[in-house]
Design a protein around this ligand. Structure first.
Ligand code: FBP
Length: 555
């Protein structure tokens, strides 16, 4: 098979492990920390997880390996959206497993959690793994979004484990997948199956983090990829001086990705969903905020600029989320068919008008027709509007154009407003992992095996002190129950991992807020360029500005 020169070079890259894991398997011992409790709802979580609650945090140290000498057959699953570095989690896991005992076996369940339920797997070998080291993607075994959450599914999973003699399952996933890993771990313990379950924190969205988990893997590479593209666009904008670029970036709900890209590229505008919700901003207020920047820049002769829009923004606009829930109600059950049967948009419009409240109809009316129609096109399996499919970059540029037309009529704005739209999402999810993600992921996988080897169940593989060189990283594990709280989901109270939204009193947002007024008017673009894999550590091994600021460092 023909491969690119970079792919060949990346096969040869040796990921860096935390110093404490570098002396070889025989010299890794465990230090137990204090018992833990969940972030909230302690009594309820303790009651729901009697076998896995309250366990201690652990750290690995240099010292004699005292783990039991037992053959391990481990199953691994990639769950949810792709994130750069997934292949390295699998290769780190494989290397630690084989270094411990060459008879140990790693089975990769194909296509996500459904692979475990359908007993669809491949056995990993050196030759197979070697084709995927340090590369992007999840194609080593594929991924999927099947949720592993019902007792019936757990029973099937336990059967499959029994059939193959599986001693542990590693689930590489985001907050939902690790919530499910936690419940599966409890099931395995309660039913005395002897199967351990270990999670690994994945998602480009960056919303699986807390005081223990400093970042999820993939965030570093994805944001660097988007920032490279945004920087290139900024250079283009600054060269041609004729367009405003509205750029939507992925990150389903939280605005971490948008914020990191803004810190990297210093655009004129970056919306932060959590702030919009906090200030209860309306669509019109947001459009005015952007139009102010366009107008001020135009007054300086700069009829160009860059605005970053987070993918999840519309859900944070209070009036828009009310509109969405009214539309969900309006089309519930058989009403979707009734609506779809109406032959023209005019008739559909009348149907909508008759079903929405006056307030929501007022919001609906200011949307461009293309966006109005998008709200009725794509439904998810539960019949809800798929908010992530809304082209919010087009929505906001259209609303800003309306505002500018009003200002032009009033004589306050005299500029030109030419617009280009972009959406950066899938471009970043399978990039070759940066050195940081290659090292971090390999360490997470290696560490996950050490947790298995030492008999832990219901733990998340944890590598911390990440803003420092890998030598100083700290490897260990954290009980997943520590991250759980009770939340209302589909009309029921459920134990789930608390999602980390952008904190408005956190250092990354504060830094952005302190600089954005200047960036809005003065061209302050930064051009981060492409991810560097080879060269000085000062350009190859730096992680995100978000992490640096969160760790109290200067950027
Ligand atoms: P995970 O939370 O599973 O990591 O996925 C994140 C994500 O990449 C979001 O940023 C995006 O909204 C979504 O997946 C897209 O999902 P899909 O791949 O199903 O189109």
């Amino acid at each position: 098979m023909k491969i690119s020169p970079l792919q060949k070079a990346r096969y040869e890259y040796t990921p860096k492990l935390p110093g404490m894991l570098r002396n070889g398997i025989a010299d890794i011992c465990v230090k137990e920390g204090a018992a833990t409790q969940s972030v909230a709802d302690q009594e309820k979580i303790a009651e729901l997880f009697p076998n896995t609650y309250g366990k201690p945090e652990i750290t690995f140290e240099k010292g004699k390996n005292t783990s039991a000498d037992k053959k391990q057959i481990v199953g691994v699953i990639l769950s949810g959206g792709q994130a750069p570095g997934g292949h390295n989690v699998v290769s780190g896991l494989y290397d630690a497993l084989k270094a411990t005992n060459k008879d140990n076996v790693l089975l990769g369940f194909k296509g996500g959690p459904s692979g475990l339920l359908e007993d669809d797997y491949i056995e990993m070998t050196d030759e197979y793994i070697d084709q995927f080291r340090n590369t992007g993607g999840f194609d080593i075994i594929g991924s999927g979004r099947t949720k592993l959450e019902t007792p019936e599914q757990f029973a099937v999973a336990a059967e499959v484990c029994k059939k193959h003699g599986i001693t542990a399952i590693v689930i590489i996933g985001g907050d939902d997948s690790n919530t499910n890993a936690c419940t599966l771990a409890e099931y395995m313990a309660a039913n005395k199956t002897g199967v351990q379950v270990i999670g690994c924190p994945k998602t480009i969205d960056g919303d699986l983090k807390n005081e223990d988990i400093e970042c999820s893997f993939g965030f570093d590479t994805a944001t660097k990829t988007y920032s490279e593209l945004i920087g290139n666009i900024e250079r283009d904008a600054n060269s041609a001086k004729k367009y405003w670029h509205f750029i939507k970036v992925m990150g389903r709900s939280a605005s971490h990705v948008a914020l990191e890209c803004a810190l990297e590229t210093q655009p004129n505008i970056c919306l932060i969903g959590e702030e919009v919700a906090d200030k209860k901003m309306s669509l019109s207020e947001i459009a005015d905020y952007i139009a102010d920047s366009v107008e001020k820049r135009a007054a300086n002769g700069d009829n160009f600029g860059v605005a970053i829009i987070p993918e999840g923004i519309v859900e944070f606009v209070p009036e828009f989320s009310v509109l969405i829930s009214e539309i969900n109600e309006l089309l519930a059950g058989s009403k979707t068919e009734e609506f779809n049967a109406l032959p023209s948009w005019e008739e559909k419009y009348e149907f909508i008008k008759a079903g929405l409240t006056k307030e929501s109809m007022a919001v609906f009316e200011i949307l461009p027709q293309g966006i109005q129609q998008q709200l009725f096109l794509e439904r998810d399996p539960h019949g809800n509007v798929q908010v992530s499919l809304i082209e919010s970059e087009k929505l906001f540029s259209a609303l800003v154009a309306d505002k500018l037309a009003e200002r032009k009529a009033a004589g306050t704005y005299k500029g030109k407003f030419g617009v280009q739209h972009h959406f950066f999402g899938y471009e970043g999810r399978c990039a070759f992992p940066s050195n940081f993600d290659a090292d971090y992921c390999y360490s997470l996988g290696y560490n996950a095996f050490m947790l298995i080897q030492y008999g832990f169940n219901g733990y998340l593989s944890k590598v911390s002190n990440l803003s420092k060189p890998a030598e100083e990283w700290v490897a260990g594990g954290m009980p997943i129950t520590k991250m759980m709280n009770m939340e209302r989901r589909n009309g029921k109270d459920k134990p789930v991992i608390k999602k980390a939204l952008t904190e408005l009193d956190g250092a990354p947002f504060k830094y952005f807020a302190a600089h954005r007024d200047e960036w809005a008017v003065k061209t302050s673009f930064l051009f981060p360029g492409a991810i560097q894999y080879y060269g000085p550590s000062s350009v190859c091994d730096i992680t995100t500005k978000t992490l640096a600021l969160e760790k109290g460092e200067e950027i």
